[in-house]
Design a protein around this ligand. Structure first.
Ligand code: ARG
Length: 465
């Protein structure tokens, strides 16, 4: 493109170097912001019309022109030009082509600096709402599973060693809690995203009497930004989102890790639907948990984007710097990765089938009721430390004779402590053990059903409000 046609042609005597033009352009990726750019421009033009800076006719022409451009873009009938650098200048140039001089007035009282900050905020607000929808789908799937499998016994682990018996439903509700906090964090982040930069102009505000409250209202922003320098320069809201996204991915990655372990022949706790797995081109017996593996793998790029954004911001003097153009690719990638991972999980979880027998057999293997025996002795009047030691000896006998605690005879157990009576076998069963953890937040099937009910009610309440 000839320098004559650049908006800054007046000041320049030389054309932009061809490589620099491509190097500095963002159109390849920021064209994705077009619907939001147009939405922002329509609100800005409407406001300019209301305060009398545009005639009614000009305002109408601009809005119709922008709406027409959006239709063209959606149809794929728009030529994006690298010479016009970014989404903002491409759309503005097309508007001027379409409607003539009125189009040249759209940029009154505005800069690309407050324009792009507005676009990203509109984009992110939309995406946060979509991500929350996916999180809710996944939460519902977990609540359903928890209810269905509230009394399915499995081993609970610490250090990946059998610790105490728990219920599968309880385990699912643990994941639900994590995702619930993730939802809350995103909703909180959204409040800080939903602030309107327009009116900040290049950095100092503008001398036109813009009605910023009106523009904010038209765009559904809760408030106009309180400081123009801050509004055009900081991307902390994007970093905050990337941090929320990283936490979600960290959770999904841990979740994936468990699903992968549980589908292995060594555990055999669950079966993932065939539709979410792949086979091997060489080993006919294989069914690989590709979806959770890929989710675990994709976590890295989201963490990477968080660091890219933090690093992008850390040395920038106020106010806007071109560095900020680099916010888009990590942000877009974060949004897409998160959406896809949540989508896959929300689709997959309702089809997970559990193998109760395998989980039960595994829970029987690791002396999972040892704590229950100690608690039993405490109820009979022993101090917990003494009880702990007695049970330790019983476990050793079990190890030596390859028996579970419940398989050791009463007289043998009584050698360790005369306090042990025949009622001991009630607590040595896995069912008795989980049922005994009957307190708020505990693993007893009754409590799991209660937790699922509460979670469902909360979700339904949130839907209504
Ligand atoms: N493409 C730019 C970005 O993404 C738009 C803002 C450009 N502003 C400027 N003063 N060069 O940040």
């Amino acid at each position: 493109m000839n320098t004559e046609h650049k908006p800054w042609a007046g000041r320049f005597t030389e054309e932009t170097d061809a490589f620099v033009e491509t190097f500095t352009a963002s159109i390849e990726f920021d064209k994705r912001l077009a619907p939001h750019d147009i939405q922002g421009s329509i609100a800005h033009a409407t406001m300019l019309g209301r305060i009398g800076l545009l005639s009614e006719k000009e305002c109408k022409a601009i809005i119709q022109g922008l709406e027409g451009i959006l239709v063209d873009i959606e149809r794929g009938d728009f030529h994006w030009s690298v010479e016009l650098e970014d989404v903002h200048m491409n759309i503005e140039a097309r508007l001027i082509d379409r409607i003539g001089d009125a189009g040249k007035k759209l940029h009154t009282g505005r800069s690309r600096n407050d324009q792009v900050a507005t676009d990203i905020r509109l984009f992110l607000r939309t995406e946060i709402d979509l991500i929350i929808e996916q999180l809710i789908r996944l939460k519902i799937a977990l609540i359903d599973l928890a209810e269905r499998e509230a009394d399915a016994i499995m081993p609970g682990f610490t250090h990946l060693q059998v610790a105490q018996p728990i219920t599968f439903g309880h385990h699912m509700m643990a994941w639900h809690e994590m995702l619930n906090r993730d939802c809350e964090r995103l909703a909180d982040c959204r409040k800080r995203v939903n602030i309107m930069p327009l009116g900040a102009a290049a950095l100092a505000g503008t001398s036109y009497p813009l009605d910023r409250d009106l523009t904010a209202e038209l765009l559904g922003f809760s408030l106009p930004s309180a400081n123009s320098l801050d509004a055009v320069s900081d991307r902390d809201f994007a970093i905050e989102f990337a941090a929320c996204a990283s936490l979600i991915m960290m959770h999904l990655s841990r979740f994936s890790e468990e699903l992968i372990l549980w589908t292995s022949a060594q555990f055999g706790f669950i079966d993932l639907p065939d539709a979410f797995c792949t086979g091997s081109s060489i080993m006919p017996q294989k069914k690989n948990p590709d979806v959770p593996e890929l989710v675990r793998g994709k976590t890295g790029r989201v963490f990477g984007s968080l660091f890219a954004l933090l690093t992008l911001m850390k040395s920038q003097p106020l106010a806007y710097n071109k560095d900020n153009q680099e916010d888009k690719e990590p942000l877009f990638d974060t949004v897409d990765t998160l959406q896809n991972c949540l989508h896959a999980f929300a689709d997959m979880m309702p089809h997970v089938r559990i193998n109760r027998e395998a989980m039960l057999a595994s829970a029987k293997k690791g002396f999972a009721t040892a704590t229950d025996l100690a608690d039993y002795l405490v109820r009979k009047g022993l101090a917990f430390r003494d009880a702990h030691e007695i049970v330790g000896k019983a476990v050793r006998l079990g190890l030596e004779t390859r028996r579970d605690l419940s398989e050791i005879s009463l007289p043998e157990l009584q050698k360790f402590s005369p306090e042990i009576e025949s009622d001991v076998f009630d607590v040595l069963t896995l069912e008795g053990s989980v049922a005994a953890r009957d307190l708020f937040g505990g693993t007893a099937p009754k409590r799991v059903r209660e937790a699922a009910r509460l979670a469902r009610r909360k979700l339904e309440g949130a839907k209504k409000s």
